[in-house]
Write a protein that binds this ligand. Structure first.
Ligand code: F6R
Length: 643
């Protein structure tokens, strides 16, 4: 048993629990699970017992439901309970939170369609008891429609349990910042951030509806029980604000603090910004191991705006980190030097290891040299966004680099790119007037026809997706050549989960792991680069990482694995914090420019992706502020090993 555990159990045994109240900054009950799946199993069990208990007493259960990627694993578990454990929904009435305004019910992105796909079509719910706002009511009828929705909820006996997700603006339902605590069902305008988050579903932000009909905050707070779910690091900061911050109409989820029976149900990544995880030394005794020391010292330096080597004893004591000094016989001076050196040693211009040198303090081994290096890019642009500069260096330093694009990314390619291609072929055929072009012309016309037929929001048939994937391959090869990668070192896996899925609803398949496993087994890399699993668990990045970890596990015991290192990089995700970095690869202004240029070669790139170089600059600025050398930019990596 560790000192910390001993300490905690002594406190507990002596009834002094308040001394280790790790949740004391949290103003609403927050349950943290290791994964969204385990959290959803618990919640589904609660819902099942509610339904069964009420049904046994001859009563109905009124459930408030949500859409989006968050509740998907919860609905899967409800379906499983129905199919395998006989849970019946005959006595259940449902009310959904919201619906996009202007979308008919059969639109692929309408919330009605979403609910049919994810739940309604798979359980024995009575269609007459299903309620969603109607996105097609005429503008002048919206007000009455909303009042009617409120009336129906009351007539059904009120919501017994309301399921919620949380948007990055802090919205519940679509109650964007500014929604009052007593607001009722109404039409609202969607926030810019919310529309951006939905952009991939709608093939571009311009196609995302501008407004929606949503239950109000007041409607939601009337529910007898509220459960707000959040998964992934992208939600971590808004979860912290809603749970630990003050109640404000700028974050409608914060109103849950005033509800007597509300729970935040989060996974570890979404909980990671809560004080008990981020600054555990501020809420109780901690085990001062090496990573915890680094984290506290880096935090202290950042908080006080001082370089590490200038921190003094009082800084530690006056800011809640006195326990660190007390835990050792060292003064601030020695602790500072130790942490300064550890941060310093993460910096290297030789991400593949520097041949012929002492590598005891370097992040990567010097031998073997050159190395076989496998870079996994979940969507085609990810590797360039996250590690374009490092990729360049690895190639220039003579390693055998293979870049594996795990998914085709074809859902990100705009119609116009496919249309342009088709029109070039048609025009080419017309100019050449040769009968040899007939089949190509027929193909090109079928592309134009399919895109016209699907309208603004329809889904592409497979042959259009295939073409879009090939267009993206071209862009990817072009972009990686700017990073000195050779044409044949680009490898395209087109993992099945992506080809059969849609954004927010991707689902891991065994075949995905098999495809990644085959590449690993063949290439036997000395180093592997992959994006971590911290993002939204249904994102292509999270599932592509899962395919890697499953493949890795299936290769356990193979000779190459023992000699292989895995580095995580961050593409579209939250960047690593300074204390999390195990390898920092600096970039000169020219190298940064080269990286920016390579990212721009993707036509489907958005504003946030183009911000990647700015994030690299921020990491360099943080290192500078900690007292390291001043670089233009840094790409950061974290060492991974299976738990
Ligand atoms: C959807 C809803 C929204 C979502 C939120 C999070 O019915 O009410 O509040 O819960 O936008 O969306 P995801 O789950 O896709 O991250």
């Amino acid at each position: 048993m560790s000192d910390f555990q001993t300490h905690a159990s002594i406190l507990e045994a002596t009834g002094q629990k308040q001394l280790c109240q790790r949740e004391r900054f949290e103003k609403v009950r927050t349950l943290v699970h290791s994964s969204s799946e385990s959290a959803c199993r618990g919640l589904a069990a609660e819902v099942a017992s509610l339904i069964r208990g009420r049904a046994a007493a001859g009563e109905t259960t009124v459930l408030g439901l949500a859409t989006g990627s968050t509740p998907v694993p919860f609905y899967r578990e409800l379906i499983r309970l129905h199919q395998e454990e006989g849970l019946s929904f005959e006595s259940v009435t449902t009310f959904n939170l919201d619906e996009y305004y202007g979308l008919p019910r059969d639109h692929p992105e309408s919330y009605f369609r979403f609910m049919c796909d994810q739940l309604f079509d798979h359980v024995d719910l009575d269609p007459a008891r299903i309620h969603l706002p109607d996105g097609t009511v005429a503008m002048e009828a919206v007000y009455d429609h909303c009042l009617d929705y409120e009336r129906r909820i009351v007539e059904a006996g009120g919501l017994d349990l309301q399921i919620l997700g949380i948007g990055r603006t802090g919205h519940i339902g679509f109650n964007e910042p500014g929604s009052a605590a007593d607001s009722i069902t109404r039409m609202i305008t969607l926030d810019r951030v919310t529309r951006q988050d939905a952009a991939a579903d709608f093939m571009g932000v311009a196609n995302v509806p501008r407004s929606a009909i949503t239950m109000g905050v007041g409607t939601i707070l009337e529910a007898k029980r509220l459960v707000l779910m959040a998964w992934g690091a992208n939600k971590a900061s808004i979860v912290r604000e809603a749970v630990e911050g003050r109640v404000t109409d700028q974050i409608s989820a914060s109103f849950l603090q005033h509800h007597g029976n509300a729970t935040f149900l989060v996974d570890e990544a979404a909980a990671s910004s809560l004080t008990r995880f981020r600054f555990p030394w501020l809420v109780g005794p901690v085990e001062w191991d090496a990573p915890m020391k680094k984290r506290a010292v880096v935090w202290l330096a950042r908080k006080l705006g001082k370089p590490i080597l200038k921190l003094v004893d009082e800084d530690y004591n006056e800011n809640g980190a006195g326990g660190l000094l007390a835990s050792t016989s060292e003064a601030a001076y020695e602790v500072n030097i130790d942490i300064f050196n550890r941060v310093q040693h993460t910096i290297t211009g030789w991400p593949g290891g520097k041949p012929g040198t002492d590598d005891s303090r370097r992040p990567e081994r010097s031998e073997p040299f050159p190395k076989r290096i496998l870079v996994l890019s979940p969507e085609p642009a990810d590797a360039l966004i996250g590690m374009g500069g490092t990729l360049s260096r690895l190639c220039e330093q003579g390693h055998e680099v293979k870049l594996v694009f795990q998914t085709s990314g074809n859902l990100r390619v705009a119609d116009v790119a496919a249309l342009n291609f088709a029109r070039v072929v048609i025009e080419m055929a017309e100019t050449s007037q040769s009968p040899e072009w007939e089949s190509q012309t027929a193909y090109a016309r079928s592309i134009v026809k399919a895109i016209d037929a699907k309208g603004e929001f329809g889904t592409d048939p497979d042959f259009v997706r295939k073409l879009k994937g090939l267009i993206l391959r071209g862009e990817a090869r072009d972009a990686t050549s700017a990073c000195h990668l050779r044409y044949h070192d680009n490898h395209f896996l087109d993992l099945p989960f992506y080809e059969i899925g849609r954004y927010r609803r991707f689902r891991f398949e065994e075949a995905d792991a098999a495809a990644v496993g085959a590449i690993l087994g063949q290439f036997q890399p000395h180093s592997i680069y992959a994006t971590g699993d911290a993002s939204d668990p249904s994102s292509p990045q999270a599932i592509a990482f899962r395919a890697f970890t499953a493949a890795w596990a299936s290769l356990a015991g193979s000779a190459f694995q023992a000699d292989s290192r895995v580095w995580l990089y961050r593409g579209r995700d939250r960047p690593f914090e300074a204390h999390e970095i195990d390898m920092a690869v600096p970039m000169s202004p020219d190298q940064l420019e080269e990286k920016t240029e390579s990212i721009r070669r993707f036509m489907s790139i958005n504003e946030e992706d183009l911000n990647a170089p700015a994030r690299n600059r921020e990491i360099a600025a943080t290192y500078d502020a900690l007292g390291m050398a001043e670089y233009e930019a840094i790409e950061a990596f974290r060492r991974w090993s299976p738990v």
